[in-house]
Structures are given as structure tokens and as C-alpha cells.
Design a protein around this ligand. Structure first.
Ligand code: ADP
Ligand code: MG
Length: 698
């Protein structure tokens, strides 16, 4: 990077010691480059005015040209506010200030023409704009920018020393005028011509002060692409290096276990998605590198059979395999399911959980070490030090989000070379996030459900319709079906939630006096939980009242109704997970979302989305828009979201372009040593240094 870009910010004309301090402490701007990459977060289209008459409480932020008619202070002390009547020739709107009243009052000139910007709202019967941005028409028309005026984030403290958006804009103008060609090119000529990117200096100039709309869009594309490209290049380089370093067992034989099962015992035809995924995995485990693959597939999409087939390939190559699940119930179900599928085959399967008795455990350890056992299924108990395999070749982890990476690596240490790892998850995350957060893993997706499934019907009901809801429950139970009723459990209000659950349980008991009811919640001991679950699994009870503990994986095909109480308190992905507990049999299933009348607009969107679609990926996209990426992937990872200009919610297409480009580049030139990639390598090394620094600091 050039010396110009590294120049300390105090050397910029117009920045004295005081403002330099504020720029550093308040806005994190230390150098010219820092200021130049302090991008606007929005733009004012100066050609676009709204008249007062067209303005309503539903309007987005508007820009109005007009005059101040009168100014007065209303209310007293803490309730005091300044109200200015502002009019154009179509009507009058109030401008309101609660803060800085004195200052605003002494600066407003009545009779002067102003341009006002802000979000209108309704107060009592009149329309107003609270704390509008405003400037005189004279200032507005002679301001430094063209048609699109940049708006910058600032802080209160900085704004008080004239480093508000306008102040920053003025400094930016001074700097941009001096920029020249200070930025070295970071892209290859090849990419620039393929994607028709404009050069970096033009892009930086136009992102702050767009010459016209066309150049503005090109500037955005150039800078967003560049940012995402280097993130992807970093991730993919990590993956390439990992594959080079970490050798894996080669499973090249497809033998009696796989073939015998496939031809004689497979209970159904695989879906095309399942076939494709099995192929992808076979290529991985045959490549000589260690597989690190994430398998995403909605609830019920049939991930288990894929896992089994891959385990059989491991066996065909004289390796053992294990399958780890997050709960005892799930481990049991996997054990029973797989044992049955394998009942006519010569494969030894065992189960290991916290409840496995000491004697059985000892025998199991021996059989594992001798190699007599082929497949081990279980919970965290698999991670205990005493569990030693003779030759573990494959680890399958079901419902990955319950296992940390540390635990994964603990499994790695079980034998001489790392086994292949297949992580399965039913929590679809949007493609853009998967590319960024699992960017260094391979990802397979099962995107179709097995045939013959009746899509679950989802209905949204208000509390007041409880009778109708209970009516459907009765009908289903009479048909011999079972029903889940789920209550929220949120840490902050655990006591209240517990009370809701118990109140709910009492009323269910009153309303269904002839039915047997299971109840499961977090305050039960593990053994009691298990007992209650088992009663439901065995159909000794017809209704299961529970908090979200049933969320993961439980399989009771006879259950056909899922009622979710206070559904507005659940997130979308949780609602979708819960709904996936039903719809597992041949019968029509239902999910009933019960909410109160008072729904926030997000709450309403969540209910509407659930009613509209059963597609987990579609739901995850809506979730991403509602909550933003940080909340979806968890905050400890959101450092990766430190993007200056790109936006994972809106820039999915550019992200895909960037990933493809990075992939193509590394395929051809894994070390980036070709002359044509020199500028990319230089920028890559520079950002790598920054990445490492960042990691060290946090
Ligand atoms: P999940 O992906 O949620 O783990 P499972 O593997 O438990 O889903 O499969 C759900 C159900 O679908 C199981 O009962 C399974 O036997 C069945 N199934 C899986 N694949 C197929 C298929 N290709 N055709 C028919 N049924 C299938
Ligand atoms: Mg499963």
C-alpha cells in the first residue's frame, strides 16, 4: 500500500489535533486509507423531493423542500420540545426536537428555504418528523456532492465537534480530490475484464461521490466483489492447504457390505438427492485426503440412510465407523433403526450411552479394540478416553450444532490418522452464510424429500380459538394418532415459562380426562425424562406436553399433530425444527401455531412464512432477513462478518461470483505464483496479515 494511504489522518487539511483524536477514538480512523474505506451507509438522492401532500405516516424517509412558518417551545422540563411548522405549497408538517432545543431554536431562520430529510410519523392527529436532518436550500445546492449525496455514520460526541455526516463528507471530499491513483490494483487483469470491473481508484471516488448512477453501481460492484473475493480466497486457501496436509485413508473398495445391503436390504429406492450425495462422499473418501463434509438436509429428508451407506463403505475397506448423536433418545433410535436395517447382514453394531452398564461397557471396550465391533452408535460417551477403536475410519456426527469443534477434534485423536468426518445437520442455513461460515468445509445438500410424503398443513390460530384447536386434537386422537403440545422455554424467564407449562398441562388434563399424558421439561431428571419420552414412543400416552427439549430428532411416526403455544416467542428455525417432529408417517399431519392477538410485524412474518412453506431453506432465508447473519451463526463467529461494504443478506449473487472466481483461481494456481496473479497475491498477503492481527487482538 502506498505511503499516501498510510498517512496519519492528522495530516489531512482540516483535521486539527482535536478532530484527529475524535476520528481515532470515535470512528476508528487513523490513516487516509481508514477514512477512504469509511463508506457511506446510505445516499440521499438530491433530485428526489416529496411534497407534504404526498407524505403519510407510512412513507419511508422523505426529502421535502419548504419554509419554516413558525417555531415554538411546547411542554416543560423533561417533556419540553421544540415544534416548527414547515410548509411547502401543498401542506404543513411539524418538525420536532426533544434535544438541543436551544441551539436549534437560535439557528432556525423563518422565511428561509430549507431542505428537510427524515421519517414521517403520526402524532395525535398530525404528521411530524422528529429530529430531521436539514440544511438551507443554499447549502444544499452548493454542497460538495453530485446527485447522490453520501451519508456517513457518526457518533454523538464526534457530531458535537462538527464531525457529523456533513463534516465527514467535507473531509472526504478533500481527501478524494487528492487520491489520484494511490490505490494499487488488487485484481488480476483477467478478472477485471471478465467481470467488467472498474479500477479501484475510480471505484473509491465514486462510492463517496458518485458521478452518476451508472458509475455508482459499478463502484459498488467493484468494491463488494473485491471484499468478498478476498474473504473467499482466504477460506478456500485454508481448505486447499488442509487437503494437502491432512492425508486420509483411502476407501477404494466397494464390497459385500455396501453391495449386499444395496441390492438386498435397502427398504426403498434412494431419491436422486441421496444418490448424488452418496456419490459426492464416495469421491471424497476415495481421494486420499481426509474428508471434512457437512451434509445439510431438512428434517425427514433421509440423511440416516446416507450415513449408513457410507459406514458400510468404511467396513468394506476394513475400517470401523461410529455415529454420534446429541441425546440418548436419538442414539437409541438410531441404534434400533440401524440394527433392524442390518439384521440380516453380518455387521456388528453396538450402542454406548451414559446409561450403558459397567459390565456391558467393559465388554464393549474389548470388542472395539479387537475389531470385533464394526459400528458404534452413541452419545458424548463415545468421547471418553477409555473408548479406543482398533481402526476407526469414519465418524458421522448427527445434528452438528450440539457439538463443538473441540469435541470433533477429540474424536480425531482416537487413532493414528484422522478418520473421515461427516457432519449432518437438519438446520438449513442460507447458502450465503454456509459459503462464509463453512467455507472451509465441503457441503452436500439433500434438497428433496422422499416421495409419498404428505406435506404438513400449518395453521395459525389465536388464543381465543382454543376450542377449535382442542377440537382438532380430539379428532386426531380418536383416529388413533398422537399429539405434541409445546411451550416456550426461554432462559430469561424460566420461572414464568415453567408456570405456563404447568398451567397448560393442568388445562390439558382437565380438557382431556380420558387420555394419558406425558410431560417432559428441563427440570426433570434425565431418567424421568427418558421414561416419559418412552411412554410416548410406545404409544402408552396420546399427548406429549413439553418444552423444546423434544426439538432434536425424536421420531414418532404416529404423532400427527404439533401444537406450538405462544408460537410468536419462537424463532423461525426453531418453529421449523419443531414442526419436523410430525409428518413422519403416511397420514396427513398438522402443525398449529397458537399466538396471542398482539403480534409484532416480525412475529406476523414468522407465522405467515411457516403457514406458507415447508421448505427449510426458504425459511432460513427469511430468518436471515429478519435477524441478520450475526444472530443466526452465533456471535462468537460474527467477527467474520466485519465487512465494510458487502452485505451477506443482499449480496448473495456477488458472493457466489466471488467464490467461483476464487475457486477457479486456486484450481489453476493454488499458490498464486503465476505472474498474472501477482496483484492478487500481494493483496492476499496484506489482508492475511490483517486477519492474523485481528485474531491476535480479539
Ligand atoms: P433425517 O434426514 O431427518 O434424519 P431420516 O433419515 O430419519 O431423516 O429419514 C426420515 C424417514 O424417511 C425415515 O423413516 C426413512 O426410512 C425414510 N426415508 C429415507 N429415505 C427414503 C427414500 N428414499 N424413500 C422413502 N423413504 C425414505
Ligand atoms: Mg436424523
Amino acid at each position: 500500500m502506498s505511503d499516501f494511504l498510510r498517512t496519519p489522518i492528522e495530516f489531512l487539511k482540516g483535521v486539527g489535533p482535536n478532530r484527529a483524536d475524535l476520528l481515532k477514538t470515535e470512528l476508528g480512523i487513523f490513516t487516509f486509507n481508514d477514512l477512504l474505506t469509511y463508506y457511506p451507509f446510505r445516499y440521499i438522492d438530491k433530485s428526489n423531493f416529496t411534497s407534504v401532500r404526498e407524505t403519510g405516516p407510512e412513507s419511508p424517509a422523505v426529502q421535502i423542500k419548504g419554509k419554516i412558518q413558525s417555531v415554538r417551545t411546547v411542554g416543560q422540563k423533561r417533556g419540553a420540545r421544540l415544534v416548527a411548522k414547515f410548509s411547502d405549497n401543498t401542506g404543513v408538517i411539524d418538525l420536532v426536537w426533544f434535544k438541543g432545543i436551544k441551539w436549534v431554536k437560535s439557528n432556525l431562520k423563518s422565511g428561509e428555504e430549507y431542505v428537510v430529510y427524515g421519517k414521517p410519523s403520526m402524532y395525535r392527529s398530525g404528521l411530524n418528523i422528529v429530529h430531521p436532518e436539514m440544511e438551507t436550500l443554499e447549502e444544499f445546492s452548493k454542497s460538495v456532492s453530485g446527485e447522490l449525496q453520501p451519508v456517513y455514520h457518526s457518533t454523538e460526541k464526534a457530531s458535537n465537534s462538527w464531525l457529523n455526516s456533513k463534516g465527514i463528507e467535507k473531509l472526504m471530499k478533500i481527501l478524494v480530490d487528492k487520491l489520484g491513483n494511490a490505490y494499487p490494483e488488487t485484481m488480476s487483469a483477467e478478472l477485471i475484464s471478465q467481470l467488467r470491473l472498474i479500477d479501484k481508484n475510480t471505484a473509491v471516488k465514486n462510492i463517496h461521490f458518485p458521478t452518476n448512477h451508472e458509475l455508482f453501481q459499478k463502484a459498488q460492484l467493484r468494491l463488494k466483489f473485491e471484499e468478498l473475493f478476498f474473504v473467499q480466497l482466504g477460506l478456500l486457501k485454508m481448505k486447499v492447504d488442509h487437503q494437502k496436509q491432512i492425508k486420509g485413508y483411502i476407501f477404494n473398495a466397494i464390497g459385500d457390505n455396501f453391495n449386499g445391503f444395496y441390492s438386498n436390504h435397502l427398504p426403498f429406492e434412494l431419491t436422486n438427492s441421496q444418490k448424488r450425495v452418496v456419490k459426492e462422499i464416495r469421491a471424497d473418501v476415495g481421494s486420499g485426503r481426509q474428508m471434512n463434509r457437512l451434509l445439510q438436509g431438512d428434517v425427514g429428508s433421509g440423511k440416516t440412510i446416507v450415513a449408513l451407506l457410507v459406514m458400510l463403505i468404511a467396513l468394506d475397506n476394513n475400517f470401523q465407523a461410529c455415529l454420534m448423536a446429541p441425546t440418548e433418545i436419538l442414539s437409541n433410535q438410531h441404534f434400533e433403526g440401524l440394527s433392524e436395517l442390518l439384521s440380516e447382514m453380518d455387521v456388528e453394531v453396538a450402542l454406548l450411552t451414559g446409561s450403558t452398564k459397567k459390565a456391558a461397557r467393559k465388554l464393549l471396550h474389548e470388542r472395539l479394540e479387537s475389531g470385533d465391533l464394526n459400528i458404534l452408535i452413541g452419545t458424548h460417551a463415545l468421547l471418553e478416553d477409555k473408548v479406543k477403536f482398533k481402526n476407526l475410519g469414519l465418524v458421522v456426527i448427527d445434528e452438528q450444532h450440539r457439538f463443538g469443534v473441540a469435541q470433533r477434534s477429540k474424536l480425531w485423536r482416537k487413532n493414528k490418522y484422522p478418520p473421515h468426518i461427516l457432519v449432518m445437520t437438519a438446520t438449513p442455513i442460507p447458502r450465503t452464510l454456509a459459503m462464509t461460515f463453512y467455507g472451509d468445509l465441503d457441503v452436500s445438500v439433500i434438497d428433496t424429500l422422499p416421495p409419498g410424503r404428505k406435506p404438513i398443513k400449518t395453521i395459525h390460530k389465536f388464543d381465543s380459538n382454543r376450542l377449535a384447536v382442542w377440537g382438532s386434537v380430539k379428532q386426531e386422537i380418536e383416529k388413533g394418532r398422537q399429539v405434541y403440545i409445546v411451550y416456550p422455554l426461554i432462559k430469561e424467564s424460566e420461572k414464568l415459562d415453567y408456570k405456563d407449562l404447568m398451567d397448560g398441562y393442568e388445562s390439558v388434563r382437565r380438557d382431556f380426562p380420558n387420555q394419558q399424558i406425558s410431560i417432559v421439561h428441563g427440570q426433570l431428571k434425565a431418567a424421568d425424562k427418558e421414561y416419559e419420552m418412552q411412554r410416548f414412543v410406545k404409544h402408552e400416552t396420546q399427548i406429549m406436553v413439553a418444552t423444546t427439549v423434544i426439538e432434536v430428532g425424536v421420531n414418532v411416526p404416529n404423532a400427527s399433530v404439533m401444537i406450538i403455544e405462544s408460537a410468536e416467542r419462537f424463532g423461525l428455525s426453531q418453529l421449523h425444527q419443531l414442526r419436523g417432529r410430525v409428518g413422519r408417517g403416511a397420514e396427513q399431519s398438522y402443525c398449529i401455531l397458537v399466538t396471542s392477538y398482539k403480534l409484532s410485524s416480525d412475529g406476523k412474518t414468522r407465522m405467515d412464512t411457516m403457514v406458507k412453506t415447508n421448505d427449510g431453506f426458504e425459511i432460513s432465508e427469511v430468518d436471515l432477513k429478519l435477524r441478520g447473519p450475526g444472530d443466526i451463526v452465533g456471535t462468537q463467529q460474527s467477527g467474520m462478518l466485519d465487512l465494510k461494504i458487502a452485505d451477506l443478506v443482499r449480496d448473495g449473487e456477488i458472493l457466489q461470483l466471488a467464490r467461483n472466481a476464487a475457486n477457479v483461481l486456486l484450481d489453476e494456481d493454488p499458490e498464486m505464483l503465476l505472474p498474472k496473479n501477482t496483484s492478487i497475491l500481494r493483496e492476499f498477503n496484506r489482508t492475511k496479515k490483517r486477519r492474523i492481527d485481528w485474531g491476535r487482538i480479539s
